[in-house]
Design a protein around this ligand. Sequence first.
Ligand SMILES: NC(=O)c1ccc[n+]([C@@H]2O[C@H](COP(=O)([O-])OP(=O)(O)OC[C@H]3O[C@@H](n4cnc5c(N)ncnc54)[C@H](O)[C@@H]3O)[C@@H](O)[C@H]2O)c1
Length: 319
Amino acid sequence: MTTYLITGCAGFIGSHLAEKLLLEGNKVVGIDNFDPFYAREIKEKNLDFALRDKNFSFYEVDLKNAEEMQNISQKIDIVIHLAAKAGVLPSIKDPISYINDNILVTQNILNYCQENSISKFIFASSSSIYGNNKSVPFSEDDRVDEPISVYAASKKSCELLNYTAHHLYKMDVVNLRFFTVFGPRQRPDLAIHKFVKLIDTDQQINMYGDGSTGRDYTYIQDTVQGIVAASKYVLQNNKIYEIVNLGNHQPIKLTQLIETIEKVLHKKANIKKMPMQPGDVDLTFANIEKAKTLFSYAPSTSFEEGVSQFVKWYNGQKS
Ligand SMILES: NC(=O)c1ccc[n+]([C@@H]2O[C@H](COP(=O)([O-])OP(=O)(O)OC[C@H]3O[C@@H](n4cnc5c(N)ncnc54)[C@H](O)[C@@H]3O)[C@@H](O)[C@H]2O)c1
């Protein structure tokens, strides 16, 4: 039985990942500090399923305070580090908290791994690292030295710290660059969640730019499948340091996103056109050949199916 430590376990991706690993018969140790970026009660609800499983243990720990990790008694086989402040615009308004919750926290976790002889490490990186990359689709070999938000810069910094840990302490590391993940429990600050709520309640939505920006939306279960496959790859191999895109290879334009939500909700959106927001990139588009080759990553959920699943979950929350 493998014991996984998931940081950010009460969040959107972390809670789905914990469920999947528990269903596969693993032990999961979850950490979260219920960061106020969005409501604590949403995160507590995310943990409902995992908390009913005897193979799940939860620690409410703020990873900025390394000493709080001393209470963890389990022997960990692999760390999946998802805890972070996410979101692009808030990182421009409050850069210091992104330095603390993303960069400082990542170094604290790497120290914890070294002190506890944990050599297997997966990191949640982001497509935002590519900035306004000119060559598409985005490939892991592209030069990514021009992040256009503090969030993106923080993720790039973490990838570099992970490399240093790989070099100094022989840790096996995979940095997974996620591309806008969506589905049930999606963070309330993200476009699909915001738009569904506003269109459903007959409120106006702000469309930033002319609607031609595109995002390589990836369905949560496809992302989770990729994280699990990457974990097995890291557990089974040594001398690993990899950066791997986990996207869908199918960008969806903002106008198409709105039309899909309208179709699924059977409602028309009331759209207010707004200028582009600082830090927002024009396009994300993943080359996913490396993930396919290394660990048979195979996203399979269509955008419309994913939006339908999100709306089903959203409607369930209302009742
Ligand atoms: N959702 C996406 O589309 C997306 C895309 C690219 C990258 N990512 C990355 O994936 C990871 C998970 O994203 P998510 O959408 O599930 O976000 P989320 O906000 O739902 O989850 C992150 C969790 O980390 C916790 N956390 C934050 N700071 C912490 C700290 N100091 N100590 C302990 N816990 C802390 C939060 O309370 C939260 O529950 C993040 O690292 C994010 O940057 C997400």
